[in-house]
Design a protein around this ligand. Sequence first.
Ligand SMILES: *Cc1c(COP(=O)(O)O)cnc(C)c1O
Length: 233
Amino acid sequence: MTMIGDDLQQVRARIDKACADAGRDPSAVRLLAVSKTFGPEAVREAHAAGQAAFGENYVQEGLDKIAALADLRAGLEWHCIGPLQSNKTRPVAEQFDWVHSIDRLKIAERLSAQRPAHLPPLQVCLQVNVDGGANKSGVPPEEALALARAVAVLPQLTLRGLMAIPEPAADFAAQRELCLRAHALFESIRAEGIALDTLSLGMSADLEAAVSAGSTMVRIGTAIFGGRARKPA
Ligand SMILES: *Cc1c(COP(=O)(O)O)cnc(C)c1O
């Protein structure tokens, strides 16, 4: 087993254990492997170990990796999880399968208009800033329902759910509390009749708290690929 394969197995075991502790079915939580800053060979290795879904933060880096791994394209699912500027929407609409970071209608409208007709709709989540953390993108919770209603009707998008990045908290209970805010918002929008099935919540450090709060997709980088030296420019 390669190191990445080994780490993947450990992360899957963490998800299974967190689900068991929460009385949840482990198949209800998907693993998104966040490959930002790591090269195509790391993705290839993870794919060989059975991982299909990969998350990228930086558009150009993601596009370069998608191109370098074109031979595997049919077996990969590419998720854009980083902040998205309106001048970068076209290649994202053309190349990615999912976008987790929709925080305003204009971005969603552009992605819908630019999604090629021969592709399935782009799968999207709204990023919500559940704890008001500074320096963080995301729609404020009180604006999420209106944005969800507007995005849900865009023709080339399928609204799947919410994404949140809760602030790091001091302990499990406090972390779970922040994660529960995202879950409560998710449920409140569902209660309005909008069919969401994805709560993208949980990273390497808060995976267990997120799963206990109802996450359906955890975004894990460090625990699979190792530490990142620094952000690329
Ligand atoms: C980098 C990143 C992750 C993964 O974080 P790790 O702590 O390395 O697991 C998840 N989600 C987003 C939005 C990220 O930017």
